[in-house]
Design a binder for this molecule. Sequence first.
Ligand SMILES: Nc1ncnc2c1ncn2[C@@H]1O[C@H](COP(=O)(O)OP(=O)(O)OP(=O)(O)O)[C@@H](O)[C@H]1O
Ligand SMILES: [Mg+2]
Length: 442
Amino acid sequence: MAQILLIDDQESVLTSLSILLKRHGYRVECGRNLSDAEGFLSRQSFDLVITDLRMGGPLEGMQVLQAALEKDPAVPVIIMTGYATIENAVEAIKLGAYDYITKGFTNSEFIEKVSSALSIKKTDISPEPSRPEGFDDIIGQSRAIINVLRLIEKVAPSDSSVLIQGESGTGKELIAKAIYRFSNRRHQSFVAVNCAAFTETLLETELFGHVRGSFTGAEKDKRGLFLAADKGTLFLDEVSEMPLSMQIKLLRVLQERVIRPVGSTDSIPVDVRIISSTNRDLSKETLKGSFREDLFFRLCVVPVNVPSLRDRRDDIPFLARHFIKILGERQGKKPLILEPEALNVLTNHIWRGNIRELQNFLERLALLVEHPVAGARDLLRYLPDDSSRDFSPSTSLAEKERDHILRALEDNQWNQSLAAQSLGIGRTTLWRKMKIYGIPSS
Ligand SMILES: Nc1ncnc2c1ncn2[C@@H]1O[C@H](COP(=O)(O)OP(=O)(O)OP(=O)(O)O)[C@@H](O)[C@H]1O
Ligand SMILES: [Mg+2]
């Protein structure tokens, strides 16, 4: 028997629709707002979610939609809406809702939508790979990130060296920690060292330690990080920045599994699993001669390539929601709501600093926007300027045009005549293009 979650803030709607659904043989749970929905979704799975769009919060239904998809990307969601909010319902479809129904519907219209949505759920069990369990801190539903999670799930339990490669801010450190958490060494230590943060000699004593008197200022023995990580995991962050002379010393340690502290003649055995990361293409660095090839092969037994946010734009709404929720909790405020158009802007923006930049931007936005709902205009006002907007060759001309129009409107306080003038087109042309691109007129 299909299980349906029904969310509406009006008691009368809940009562009549749940009676109707039950009469047709469905099981129904009813809730009155986002937090009820989240409660139900965390406790059980549903075959269909039906939610009103406007409840306590102006677009609370949109958040119910996102919460439902976050839990199960294959679940169909039907949005119920009044006439005035059809545009938002259309946006909801773009965000992954199955369908919408305009209030004032008849019982048979309603039941027809329900059964059609449920038949989709049954026949179209998503061919997308499912997310492995246990990676709750790594947000994302895109195929690109799911493939990464599956790979790390597989390699984590082995002691193989893993090299995590990806652009800055893509979550390499987060992934290193996840590998550690899933490894057999999870009860031992995880020690991270940023190879770019030390001069050559300092890096050597940092990693291998030194004995008293080995150089001026070495007043006591120092235990190196290799020993601190013994039986555990050592994370060599930004490993490409390690000087060549240090690379050979590291290679020797990895081959012989012993370290020699600076100034000592003793060799101390160590048992360490190495995870390293870099935002360069390390195999290219070996061709250039700035990274030793033999060390590269030692470190890169399993390569894990973390996709840039550009290559998994679908994850942006999920990440945004996640960060906004955390920010709200941290600041003890209701989380900011992003209008669908605002989410669109976020999704189309090029985040050169990847997830870290997105996270920082949302933190700034939450401070700067004083009203509870942020629209596209708010985003355009606070987003970094054109230089970091998407003008990569992969952007379609239409996207560029749309961006350009939004920017011109913003620059001219949404005065269409002035914006048209600055774009060098007529007002009617502007109006037509705004319609095509779904840009609201105010
Ligand atoms: N998939 C994700 N879900 C949630 N948060 C993420 C995700 N990926 C990254 N983050 C967050 O983004 C920020 C940057 O991540 P992290 O430091 O792991 O990136 P990095 O690739 O190591 O960056 P850099 O190359 O600049 O060192 C962190 O705050 C991290 O928690
Ligand atoms: Mg990092």
